[in-house]
Ligand binder design. Structure first.
Ligand code: TRP
Ligand code: ZN
Length: 901
């Protein structure tokens, strides 16, 4: 039914019309049986006075078996089953509609709708999964209150959860029992959830700001109970933070988090019953890395913050997705930054900058790439074929940057005023990105009409900077020019005009200190040494006056807008900024520019077979950072780790993964050799003895120490490095150190001791056999290996596909092996014989019939094919065509069609 082969037409934003009917209340009754679950759905329906009159009520339904229907208690025969669901003909203006239907949770491998994971039931309704549970007006602008009765076998499903408050529970005949839940808040159906099974929880009672007592629970399988503390702490911190920073209180008496190991994404903000991928809940020091701990805090925060930004105020239609996702990512980024600040005792700004750098790295590596390819779309897309394909880096991360720009323009207080007005106007409503922008504009007395272009134009803006110092006039002119360069066709058609770009700038004097800033026409220098220029024209010149000496500009401080800055710094100027910029983000940025420039030159030489050499001044600049103890270890690690191979390949005029790999490896080895003693000293200085702490400070030490180890593993004679690594591996009291040591051993050149790497891998597997999330990492580490001509990684990957612990149906496991190889090991994946592409095609086709959402994500790893060298391009195109001819899902069809267009 849903998998017809006829291409699906796109849905367009401008075709929006209000729903012809509204549903006030929904009463759901579930008889939960894995093979055949009966769902009885009783709805109070009435005609929407604000919509065009429609005689028939059309409800969506997918993969459902219709049983019967009644209107106002009378069996109804005016029901017609249609392709997308069912039509109830000639309905009255207001009525009660009851529909019963059946679904098959145990056969549902899509993980959308009602499904079984392990032996428990879970649901995932966003975006359009509710229609796989019952017939409904499955669209976010239809909001209802829900009452849910769950019935199931008591021994097999002792715990029965749904949204809101538990009203009643009790036993039924035949060993069954029931629970009745009621959610007092109106919500769209995508926020519905149920969970049933053998689960246990930790719980806490906390008082919210107004003094009300709240019950918090984290539900997991019994053997995972000891890994829930960090998630609970993260939830408590999230609740406090939203009260303090935004005055937003938890509105329910009870808030639950449930972990499930089969899940398509990170987590889901169902009202009062958040459902999480286990990866973002379970942690203890032995099994979870520092990154895992940080991700859990961020995702718990993200889902919790949705309670206001997403749930209390929701989206009118799915084109507005960034209204909730961009805003909520911004909120979780700020939450993590504030947490890092609070835990840093004294070095708060550096800790905040570290978080900012990581967020910008992710944006640039993934969102900039998306914006340059065939899937480029505005933060508020104009059309889609399958909405699941639009949970993208653009909607989430560029969306977050767009929200951040309001705060950059209006300050934290102005932003807060805008948020307050947004909730005052729209609490309980389903609204648009324009509504949010208007609240920000009105609360701050500003016209933000031009700012709308950030929502409607795709592609990454470029800002070219020209400067001129006039020593006689003591003035410094900064001319900014904006455009999109040669954007991808998908982006170009959306580009209409200049953006309002908040462009933060500082001027640095010869001594490295910031100069005072006074713009022409101003009476005196403004306070502070960073100015946010409002750059609104295609070309615009800003003149600073009273500038005593020729300054060095520090551009786009703290990455004040999601753009690419083009300015021809000299290498020694970058080294100067790296040493002196008062803006920690731009200090890091100067190092990135230096490294990127060097790597690009090296990759160019590698591509043409020329010999490689690293400039001594680069080594010197790196050496200064490595040994500068006034810099936080976390900052040093971020500066010294070279840009990723994937990012570097994107920077080339023609992506050449093999050349990038050669260049990056060469540079790593040179830095390892030239700074060997410094790396060794840093390695010894940054141990974190004593009990494990997941604080930003402790993880900074571990990050720098393990980076040192990884550089040292590049040395030709790695014997003493391997012995250090092996000692670290054996004595580690946490996963970051154990995995860091394992990685160093995997990468160290084989010093004739043969199978040592394999022995550690085997040991690692045995130690953690019972821990699926760690075994995921075990698969990933191997998919990410460097490989050699004798042993290409595709061979390792194919062997691992046959490993008894491999399971294509589990998204975490599938991605640990397949996605890691196809997306994060470019040099091996883009192997010239095309073996990587053939493997990709096989897996996309296999996943397509299991889980289209996951298949579509994997399909995206070839979308940039036109940007590669001709030899690789052909191989990719062939496999894209193979896949296009074979796959059935709308999800994958949309991706490959756009890639080939
Ligand atoms: N709303 C979820 C979030 O970002 C995203 C999500 C979870 C999702 N599961 C999904 C989106 C399944 C689409 C399909 O917090
Ligand atoms: Zn979200």
């Amino acid at each position: 039914m849903q998998n017809s082969t006829a291409p699906s037409p796109p849905i367009r934003r401008t075709d929006y019309t209000p729903p012809p009917f509204l549903i006030d209340t929904v009463a759901l009754e579930f008889d939960l049986v894995p093979e055949r679950t009966l769902v009885k759905n009783t709805m109070r329906v009435h005609r929407n006075p604000d919509a065009a009159r429609a005689p028939h009520l059309e409800l969506f339904g997918e993969q459902l078996e219709f049983a019967n229907a009644a209107i106002d208690g009378v069996p109804c025969s005016a029901v017609r089953l249609v392709q997308h669901g069912l039509t109830v003909e000639n309905v009255p203006d207001s009525f009660e509609l009851t529909i019963s239907s059946l679904c098959k949770p145990v056969e549902n491998t899509t993980l959308s709708g009602l499904y079984v994971s392990g032996s428990n039931f879970f649901t995932q309704c966003e975006a359009e999964g509710f229609r796989r549970i019952t017939y409904f007006l499955d669209r976010p602008d239809v909001m209802s209150t829900y009452s849910v009765t769950l019935r199931a076998d008591k021994a097999a499903y002792p715990v029965l959860l749904s949204n809101g408050n538990l009203l009643e529970e009790g036993d039924l005949p035949d060993g069954r029992h029931f629970a009745r839940w009621e959610d007092p808040f109106c919500k769209p159906c995508y926020l519905f959830a149920l969970v049933a099974g053998k689960l246990v929880c930790i719980e806490e009672r906390v008082k919210s700001g107004s003094g009300a007592e709240k019950l918090l629970q984290v539900w997991v399988e019994p053997h995972d109970l000891g890994k829930t503390r960090h998630a609970m702490d993260s939830l408590i911190h999230s609740i406090r933070w939203d009260e303090e920073r935004f005055g937003l209180e938890l509105d329910l008496d009870r808030f639950m988090i449930v972990a499930v190991s089969d899940f398509n994404m990170g987590a889901m903000e169902n009202k009062g019953l958040n459902i999480f991928n286990t990866k973002y809940v379970l942690a203890n020091p032995e099994t979870a890395s520092d990154t895992d701990f940080a991700n859990i805090e961020a995702v718990v925060g993200h889902e919790y913050f949705h309670n206001w930004t997403g749930n209390r105020v929701t989206c009118r239609d799915w084109f507005q997705l960034s209204l909730k996702e961009g805003l909520t990512v911004f909120r979780d980024e700020e939450f993590s930054a504030d947490r890092a600040y609070g835990q840093s005792n004294g070095s708060g700004e550096a800790a905040r900058a570290t978080k900012r750098i990581k967020d910008v790295l992710a944006l640039r590596q993934m969102q900039f790439a998306e914006d340059a390819g065939p899937m480029a779309h505005p933060v508020r897309p104009e059309s889609y074929v399958e909405i699941n394909n639009f949970y993208t880096m653009t909607v989430y991360k560029k969306g977050s940057e767009v929200v951040r720009m309001y705060q950059t323009l209006f300050g934290r207080d102005g932003f807060r005023k805008g948020m307050d007005l947004y909730f005052k106007r729209h609490d309980g409503q389903a609204v648009t990105c324009d509504d949010f922008r208007h609240a920000m504009a009105d609360a701050n007395g500003r016209d933000l009409a031009q700012f709308e272009r950030w929502y409607s134009q795709a592609g990454t803006p470029r800002v070219a900077v020209k400067t001129a110092y006039d020593s006689a006039a003591r003035s410094y002119r900064v001319t900014l020019t904006q455009g999109y360069g040669d954007a991808a066709p998908a982006a170009r058609e959306t580009q209409k005009g200049a953006l309002l770009i908040p462009f933060a700038i500082g001027l640095i004097g010869k001594d490295g200190a910031d100069l005072p800033l006074r713009l022409e026409g101003e009476a005196s220098a403004a306070s502070g040494t960073t100015r946010v220029l409002e750059f609104t024209e295609t070309d615009q010149t800003f003149t600073f006056v009273d500038v005593a000496e020729k300054p060095l500009p520090s551009l786009l401080r703290n990455f004040s807008a999601p753009v690419i800055v083009e300015f021809d710094y000299m290498a020694d100027e970058l080294a100067f900024l790296l040493a002196h910029d008062s803006d920690p983000f731009n200090r890091w940025e100067a190092g990135q520019r230096l490294a990127t420039r060097e790597l690009l030159a090296l990759a160019g030489r590698a591509a043409s077979g020329a010999s490689l050499q690293l400039d001594d001044s680069i080594v010197a600049a790196f050496s200064r950072v490595l040994t500068d103890e006034s810099l936080s270890p976390a900052f040093r690690e971020l500066t010294l780790i070279l840009p990723s191979e994937a990012y570097m390949a994107d920077q080339m005029s023609e992506s050449n993964p093999a050349a990038v790999h050669a260049a990056r490896q060469f540079m790593r080895k040179r830095l390892a050799t030239a700074l060997r003693d410094e790396w060794l000293a840093v390695y010894e200085q940054h141990h974190t003895p004593g009990e494990y702490e997941a604080t930003p400070k402790a993880s900074g030490h571990r990050a720098l120490k393990n980076l040192a180890l990884s550089y040292l593993a590049e040395l030709d004679d790695p014997a003493h490095v391997v012995s250090r690594a092996s000692k670290q591996y054996a004595s580690a009291n946490n996963m970051t150190d154990r995995a860091g040591a394992l990685l160093a051993m995997l990468n160290a050149p084989d010093s004739g001791r043969g199978n040592q790497a394999q022995e550690v891998l085997d040991d690692f597997y045995r130690r953690f056999e019972q821990e699926p999330l760690v075994i995921d990492m075990w698969f990933a580490l191997q998919a990410l290996r460097r490989g050699s001509a004798k042993r290409p990684v595709i061979g390792i990957v194919r062997e691992l596909m046959a490993h008894p612990a491999f399971n294509l149906k589990n998204p975490n496991r599938a991605s640990s092996l397949i996605f890691a190889f196809c997306m994060a090991n470019p040099a091996q994946f883009h192997c010239e014989d095309g073996s990587g592409y053939a493997f990709w095609a096989e897996q996309v086709i296999a996943l397509d019939s299991i889980n289209p959402q996951v298949a579509a994500r994997l399909a995206r790893s070839l979308e940039m094919w036109r940007r590669f060298t001709p030899a690789l391009r052909e191989g990719m195109r062939t496999m894209l065509e193979t896949v296009a001819a074979r796959v059935k899902s709308r999800d994958v069809q949309e991706i490959v069609t756009k890639a080939l267009a």
